[in-house]
Design a protein around this ligand. Sequence first.
Ligand SMILES: Cc1cc2nc3c(=O)[nH]c(=O)nc-3n(C[C@H](O)[C@H](O)[C@H](O)COP(=O)(O)O)c2cc1C
Length: 173
Amino acid sequence: MRPDTPPTDQERHLGRKEIIVSKTDLSGKITYANRKFMEISDFSEPELLGVQHNLIRHPDMPRAIFHFLWDQLEKGNEVFAYVKNLCKNGDYYWVFAHVTPSIQDDVTVGYHSNRRAVDPDIVTNIIAPFYQKLVAEEKSHSSPKEGLNASLGLLSTFIQDQGGNYDKWLFSL
Ligand SMILES: Cc1cc2nc3c(=O)[nH]c(=O)nc-3n(C[C@H](O)[C@H](O)[C@H](O)COP(=O)(O)O)c2cc1C
């Protein structure tokens, strides 16, 4: 169900007051998508519902970031992250995502994500170059597992260098 068109260099922008929302089940299959998600990505509701969220995964996104995201969610934590996403025709859009477990009666029943517009200067000067470094590390190993571990090592060192608090660093940008 991934778009069969290759990524383009064409960026789309989320408005300052707009929010993209989606919900997933425990395995990451989409159970809800708001209108803005469909508008910006060009995917229709039937194309999104019941489909793994990696449908909109952009190849410029490091595997380490998603590994970190799932690790935090499985621990019951909320996660913030800059994410570059694919549209159906290969265009892309950046978002600042807040992803949380959806809890009912003390049990995690799925996950929920709200995304807002990014500051383009932060993406261009800080996030995109950092993600490029992680992706390059991931691709420089013959085994995907080694690549991921090396990239997670870079991410962890980076967080330590920023004082050991990922959220504090993100919100200081
Ligand atoms: C609530 C929720 C929202 C997500 N949103 C996105 C998203 O916007 N873009 C994305 O690429 N992955 C998103 N993911 C992560 C995907 O499930 C997946 O881990 C990621 O696309 C990497 O896919 P891969 O492991 O198959 O490469 C989300 C996961 C959850 C639980």
